[in-house]
Write a protein that binds this ligand. Structure first.
Ligand SMILES: [Zn+2]
Length: 349
């Protein structure tokens, strides 16, 4: 326990997933085995699972010479990413709802090469064509340059069964220094948003999107790793937030930020047809990989290993994990404890 939070030693994580004993060098650890790698460091706010960067719900800590990871992160990141095939009730995808950010009088981010609303819509229209050609039904929250209130976007998406929601945005920073791509999944209940260091009472609100925490992170993983492969921009990682468009969803969903409109290098790329086409391909590949992952056919995501592949169909397919569900280990305990802790959250500082 630390700050009323439960933690799990990293050795228990490797033990649970039948990976090698963690290699601890200085203040960092690496777990390998079965073609997977999990890396992190003491005090670190990030964990890398097969080279995909996740911003942790809570930092890694050390105690008595051991490195520990929060039970929340084990439950909400490591488990669904390591074993997406075990996510309960994850349904096959028939409908994909694409949400082009902003529109109409709301231009979103602007830069030397135009407005976010136009780039996002162009990417969405390209992705729609690719997804339809692959047999998905595609619905758009907007197909033209019109303003749609935020609340209406998830409300529209929630009408469709067997569906996924992908909100497409481009980024803007206060300075021109911001670069790269990032993917947002809904912050689980009891977890601070983005870079907030401390919890606030509102972090304990329960939203419809929380019913799909596991699918959300699996979808973020599939989509983010596909975007890294196709777009080749700096990796800002998979992050957490409570944006209205993902918070109010009753289906799995994420929000992607595909580069910075006000960074000259990012913006020049975003303005080009080839980047937008690759972005659209990344969305198709992300949906395909999510579908494979929850079906238990693709157990992990490794953008670096797949760079040589020419398309999604040539990505390696890993057989189902032999680790039995329900084995009595501290991970299961941690998962249960995290769930009960959430049921009666203590007052945050
Ligand atoms: Zn935006």
């Amino acid at each position: 326990m630390r700050d009323g939070r439960r933690y799990v030693p990293v050795e228990n994580v490797s033990d649970f997933y039948r990976l090698n004993v963690p290699l601890v060098l200085g203040n960092s650890f690496t777990i390998t085995g079965q073609g997977r790698t999990i890396k992190g460091q003491d005090g670190g706010h990030e964990v890398f699972i097969n080279s995909v960067k996740y911003v942790l719900c809570f930092p890694i800590i050390s105690k008595g010479g051991r490195l520990l990871i929060s039970a929340m992160d084990v439950t909400k990141i490591i488990e669904p990413v390591m074993r997406p095939g075990k996510i309960k009730n994850a349904s096959a995808v028939r409908n994909v709802i694409l949400d082009a950010g902003h529109g109409g009088h709301d231009s979103g981010a602007t830069g030397p090469f135009g407005a976010e609303k136009d780039a996002a819509l162009d990417v969405v229209l390209r992705a729609k064509a690719l997804l339809q050609a692959s047999g998905y039904n595609v619905r758009l929250t907007r197909a033209t340059d019109v303003f749609i209130p935020l609340e209406k976007r998830p409300a529209f998406a929630n009408r469709f069964p067997n569906a996924l929601f992908v909100s497409v945005h481009l980024n803007k920073s206060n300075t021109v220094g911001g670069t790269g791509i990032e993917t947002y999944a809904l912050a689980p209940r009891g977890v601070p948003s983005m870079d907030e260091a401390n919890l606030s009472y509102s972090d304990f609100n329960l939203y419809p999107g929380h019913a799909h925490d596991s699918e959300n992170i699996a979808l973020a993983t599939a989509m983010h790793s596909s975007m890294l492969r196709h777009l080749r921009l700096y990796d800002r990682g998979i992050k957490r937030a409570r944006f209205v468009v993902i918070r109010d969803l009753t289906i799995p969903g994420i929000l992607v930020e595909g580069g910075f409109m006000n960074n000259p290098t990012d913006a020049r790329q975003i303005a080009g047809n080839s980047y937008r086409e690759e972005f659209a391909r990344a969305i198709l590949e992300g949906v395909n990989r999510y579908q494979n992952a929850v079906a238990g056919e693709l157990q992990y995501f490794q953008p670096t290993a797949i760079v040589a592949a020419t398309d999604a169909t040539t990505a390696p397919v890993i057989k189902k994990d032999p680790v039995p569900v329900g084995s009595k280990t501290s991970i299961n305990k941690a998962v249960n404890q995290a769930a009960s802790a959430l049921a009666s959250p203590s007052a945050p500082n």
